[in-house]
Design a protein around this ligand. Structure first.
Ligand SMILES: *Cc1c(COP(=O)(O)O)cnc(C)c1O
Length: 390
């Protein structure tokens, strides 16, 4: 298939074809990876198709950006060297000293660290609020210069659900843009721009990369003018993704739908299994009817994804013992890969927010449910729970 407008096609058709036209010289079905850092000019300033220098543009990165924009339904997408590089470019492009970001009080620890500890000293203020409480969000937007509202849904690691459409309305009423960190859902399960959000950010390290072998990030915007401001900062500051990273991410995106369906199948089984266990005091999974955000999640997500957090009746010690007793679930940071991982957020991914309003409970364990055979995952959880009796 040659490249064309993919807007009316289904998700996987777009994932497989947008930005992926075959190479015209040889017909190679998979576009080659372009490693060149620079491009020959036909006379001074005579650029071929605008290609000049790798920090500005690269065909392999362009191919990923076209694919990402097509999948999130955005006007343009930008690919970065990490999720935090993407967030940094977006924040610095759109904020000025004296302005404030209103963000979820359960935001990813690294996001809060960037906003509070790096951008704070440069004059950017922040106010964490409970994003499921619309009155609290409206109050935070009143009487301050707030260009951005930042929400993560489902959130990491508490699995809280926020209503994207309602937040977009509240943000727009106050003249702010709504940014959604869509890392946990991925564009297959949730389309924030179609629900009214203005900007989507991703750690593509997670579900989009999907195989725990590439670190990357992305920004997708509804409005090209906003995108061009972020693109200028990306070019000026240089946090671009490398060609091989962009290629691996493109390759992974092509199978996003089948992976997210398999992650969701397994996570539903894991959540149901753990809900029956007396060692577990709470299962935080938006697919469970008992989850306070279940109705909103069912409205704005296709399915509920692969992340399940659990709290232990036996408190911190039980959580720690369990975390070190699993065998198929590997103890590691990160999430969203095909292999199952277990993480103890308060000492690992979220250690940076200890002692702040965003601190994570010590009895909480986060599972990134992979796409192994479900029976093996349940057997592993069962034997790890048995270790609590020892
Ligand atoms: C991992 C993560 C990030 C940061 O992305 P990196 O690729 O690690 O820089 C941001 N938001 C969420 C929700 C994440 O899980």
């Amino acid at each position: 298939m040659t490249d064309q407008n993919h807007a009316d096609q289904g998700f996987s058709t777009r994932a497989i074809h947008a930005g992926q036209a075959f190479e015209p010289v040889t017909g190679a079905v998979v576009p080659p990876v372009h490693f060149s850092s620079t491009y020959a000019q036909d006379g001074i300033g005579g650029l071929r198709n605008g290609y000049e220098y790798g920090r500005g543009t690269n065909p392999t990165r362009d191919s990923l950006q076209t694919q990402l924009a097509a999948l999130e339904g955005g006007a343009m997408a930008l690919s970065f060297s990490s999720g935090l590089a993407a967030e940094d470019a977006l924040l610095r492009a759109l904020l000025r000293p004296g302005q404030k970001v209103v963000l979820g009080n359960d935001a990813y620890g690294g996001t809060y660290r960037l906003i509070s500890k790096v951008l704070g000293p440069w004059g950017i203020e922040n106010q964490p609020v409970d994003m499921s409480d619309l009155d609290a969000v409206r109050a935070a937007l009143t009487g301050a210069d707030v260009p951005l509202v930042w929400v993560e849904t489902p959130s990491n690691p508490l699995m809280k659900i926020s209503d994207i459409a309602a937040l977009a309305e509240a943000a727009h009423e106050a003249g702010a843009l709504l940014v959604v960190d869509n890392t946990f859902a991925s564009p297959y399960l949730q389309q924030p721009l179609s629900l009214g959000a203005d900007i989507v950010v991703h750690s593509t390290t997670k579900y989009i990369g999907g195989h725990s072998d590439v670190v990357g990030g992305a920004v997708v915007v509804k409005d090209r003018e906003v995108g061009e401001k972020i693109q200028f900062l990306q070019f000026a500051a240089g946090g671009v993704s490398a060609p091989m990273d962009a290629f691996l991410t493109t390759r992974s995106l092509k199978t996003l739908k089948v992976r997210m369906e398999a992650h969701s199948d397994n996570a539903e089984k894991v959540a149901a299994f753990l809900s029956e266990r007396p060692e577990i005091s709470a299962v935080l999974y938006p697919g469970l009817e008992s989850h306070p955000g279940h109705e909103v999640a069912a409205r704005q997500m296709k399915r509920f994804g692969g992340m399940v957090s659990i709290r232990f009746s036996g408190g911190e010690q039980a959580a720690r013992t369990f975390t070190e007793a699993t065998r198929v679930f590997t103890l590691a940071e990160s999430l969203g890969g095909i292999e199952s991982l277990v993480n103890y957020p308060s000492e690992m991914t979220h250690a940076s927010v200890k002692g702040t309003e965003l601190e994570v409970p010590a009895d909480l364990v986060r599972l990134s449910v992979g796409i192994e055979d479900a029976e093996d995952l349940l057997a592993d959880l069962d034997q790890a729970l048995a270790a609590l009796k020892g």
